[in-house]
Design a protein around this ligand. Structure first.
Ligand code: C5P
Length: 313
């Protein structure tokens, strides 16, 4: 019988940035086809999984997080429990550090981390491919976090992931999240192809950004080229819903970052920097006066994920 000999597991659930997000078109199922470049960063929630005789319970240090059946971590645990015929339950505790509904993939990463952790805790021996299939049912960004890689391309809904392998540079950013939250669905619903097209063309002197250009820049460590290639078709709609984003972009440019972008459906914004010391300079120069921020900090590419397993006995 499959079961657990482990008393608890603590895992980090990292956030992501989208360095490039192009909406290709609307699909018959209501979703949008994308071409996106994900980066895993070193801002992370912490997930503790503790076995219990039955039932799935979720708690969080942030009282504003809905820990009920709609929480993606709850859904992930239920999905694995039901499909694997596991009787045992689990208590999931989330320590929230990734701002909620901010375009950084916190909920998706928590769900992926629950899948990865329960696979260990319950001794399910599911392959990455099987975990991927579960992840895809939970949400479009969840499969990226199953990959546990620094960079990946997402196609389809964003769920068809292709890892970019190793030997890519570590990127440094100043990350800013305003207090406001944005619904991913609302931002996609408001997406306007013509507005996104105009935004792609505005102010361009060189070639239009493309995924190929971003990948080339990333592989060569050409940060100037990467800054020019930053693109997010959802940005105009995120700015329309959260006008303070204009000030955040302006501030990040004024403090010397190479380029700025809204991540995912927003409202988090990042400034791309040359290295750690450049990011420190930018952070110092950032004028926060009059801005209601939830978070402002330096983040960088995460290459290794750390988990701690406590065996019983
Ligand atoms: O996949 P996920 O549940 O995270 O998506 C949340 C919402 O965002 C979807 O219900 C859909 O409205 C929108 N979405 C989309 N196209 C995508 C991803 C998300 O339209 N590729």
């Amino acid at each position: 019988m499959r079961g657990s000999t482990i008393s608890s597991i603590r895992l980090f659930a990292p956030a992501k940035l989208n360095l490039y997000l192009r909406v290709i078109g609307r699909r018959p199922d209501g979703y949008h086809d994308l071409e996106t470049l994900f980066e895993q960063i070193d801002l992370a929630d912490e997930i503790a999984l503790t076995p219990q005789p039955k039932g799935i319970t979720v708690s969080c240090d942030d009282p504003t997080l809905d820990c009920g059946p709609e929480n993606l971590a709850t859904k992930a645990a239920l999905l694995l429990q039901q499909t694997s015929g596991i009787v045992q339950g689990v208590a999931i505790h989330i320590t929230k550090r990734i701002p909620i509904s901010s375009g950084l993939g916190g909920g998706s990463s928590d769900a992926a981390t629950v899948l990865l952790g329960l696979n260990q805790l319950w001794g399910l021996q599911l392959t990455t491919q099987q975990l991927h299939a579960f992840a895809s049912q939970l949400g479009s960004d969840v499969p990226f976090f199953i990959e546990q890689v620094a960079f990946a391309i997402g196609r389809g809904r964003g769920d068809a992931c292709e890892s970019l392998g190793h030997n890519l540079p570590t990127l440094w950013h100043v990350l800013v999240a305003p207090k406001m939250r944005l619904s991913t669905q609302a931002v996609y619903d408001g997406f306007d192809a013509s507005r996104a097209g105009r935004s792609r063309e505005s102010g361009l002197t060189g070639p239009a950004p493309s995924l190929t250009m971003c990948l080339h820049a990333l592989r060569n460590g050409s940060l100037g080229e990467l800054a020019e290639g930053l693109l997010n078709d959802l940005q105009p709609e995120a700015i329309r819903r959260c006008p303070v984003l204009t000030d955040l972009h302006q501030q990040l440019r004024a403090c010397g970052s190479l380029g700025t972008l809204t991540s995912g459906s927003g409202p988090s914004v990042f400034g791309l920097c040359r290295d750690r010391s450049h990011a420190q300079d930018c952070l110092r120069a950032f004028d926060r006066s009059g801005l209601q921020l939830q978070l402002i900090q330096i983040v960088s590419t995460l290459t290794n994920r750390v988990s701690e397993v406590r065996a019983s006995g």
